[in-house]
Design a protein around this ligand. Structure first.
Ligand code: SAH
Ligand code: AVI
Length: 332
């Protein structure tokens, strides 16, 4: 009996670790495709979701603590001040679904405000970071059913095994700004399907503002944001047999006024050749790889975008300095 049980448990562990290895292999294959294609085309680019391996996620956490990076502390203050009102407007919520949950630190404020919450489903591509955050949340909120989902939130088509009932979506940190307007619309339409009719969605959105505040937030004195960007090249070296010399590329952040977004690039500091998975890529001095966009919205611009994707604005909250906004939406 005991040996039956232990062999069943061992088989269970084997299938869990096999699933994990398969996921890891698929993620590396996608990373390889994205890098080889992205470095072959002009302008060169690599999608921003690949910034978040375990090191990238830890560096993003560091960014949230630097003085110049106002979004995290401002959004936290908004959640702290308005959590109860948000919970009252959202009504009875059974399941909270978070997209790009990262450390889930801010989420505790929402979980505490939502009386009667049964389940929390954090979705993130950064597997080990998600696992650590899950352990922390389970310890902090005993009785809450935490069901993490590893994957790309733009391609999540079902919440496998998630309890039914009333759902509230949460997309914090202005991660929606890392998507283009078209991608954000498609994401919001898919989220409406995932969350279901009558669901609500709370989204943190960074506001348009003076470049004196905006530019330093993406190029801090200490160089934490630069380290976060450059880790993408280090990740290529680690996972794709690359030989990028990260001291010969520079993190560059600029504001594209026409597109209302911060654009982040890695700029080659010299003429150089780099090898990735056996292929050679030549860089001219000053040539760039586009790694990230961070779109900024006025409150009404974001509400219009949400409406085109089938979400009705319920209420928006902003801080006194008009740095950041929180939007509660209801699926139409
Ligand atoms: N919401 C947190 C973390 C923001 S950082 C906060 O506000 O602090 C962005 C998070 O989204 C990271 O944890 C990253 O791993 C995740 N992420 C980025 N692109 C993703 C994608 N396409 N699918 C799933 N997760 C993604
Ligand atoms: C996660 N995301 C919303 C951050 C942002 O502000 O666009 C990522 C980031 N990149 C550099 N600094 C922060």
């Amino acid at each position: 009996m005991a040996s039956d049980l232990s062999s069943t448990l061992a088989e269970g562990r084997t299938s869990v670790s096999a699933a994990k290895s398969a996921r890891l292999a698929a993620e590396i294959a996608e990373f390889a495709d994205a890098v080889l294609q992205g470095l072959s085309k002009r302008p060169r680019s690599i999608p921003s979701r690949f910034l978040y391996d375990a090191t990238g996620s830890a560096l993003f956490e560091e960014i949230t603590r630097v003085e110049e990076y106002y979004p995290t502390r401002t959004e936290t203050a908004l959640l702290d001040a308005h959590g109860n009102e948000i919970a009252a407007l959202a009504g009875d919520v059974d399941t909270l679904v978070e997209f790009g949950s990262g450390s889930s630190r801010k989420t505790s404020l929402l979980i505490e405000a939502l009386a009667g919450l049964d389940a929390y489903i954090p979705i993130d591509v950064s597997e080990s970071f998600l696992a650590d955050a899950t352990k922390r949340l389970e310890a902090k909120h005993p009785g809450l059913n935490v069901k993490p989902l590893v994957g790309d939130f733009t391609r999540t088509r079902n919440l496998a095994g998630a309890p039914r009932g009333q759902r509230l979506g949460f997309f914090s940190g202005s991660t929606i700004g890392n998507l283009t307007h078209e991608e954000a619309k498609a994401f919001l339409e898919n989220a409406a399907e995932l969350l279901g009719v009558g669901s609500t969605f709370l989204i943190g959105v960074d506001l348009k503002k003076s470049l004196d505040i905006l530019l330093p937030a993406y190029d801090d004195e200490e160089g934490v944001t630069a380290a976060f960007s450059l880790n993408l090249l280090a990740r290529v070296n680690r996972e794709l047999d690359g030989d990028f010399d990260t001291t010969r590329f520079a993190h560059t952040a600029l504001y594209n006024d026409a597109k209302g977004r911060i654009e982040i690039y890695l700029e080659s500091l010299a003429e150089q050749r780099v090898r990735v998975l056996g292929r050679t890529f030549s860089f001219a001095e000053g040539e760039r790889i586009h790694t990230e966009n961070s779109h900024k919205y006025s409150v009404s611009e974001f509400q219009t975008l949400a409406q085109t994707a089938g979400w009705q604005p319920v209420k928006a909250w902003t801080d006194p300095d008009q740095l950041f906004s929180l939007h509660l939406l209801r699926s139409a």
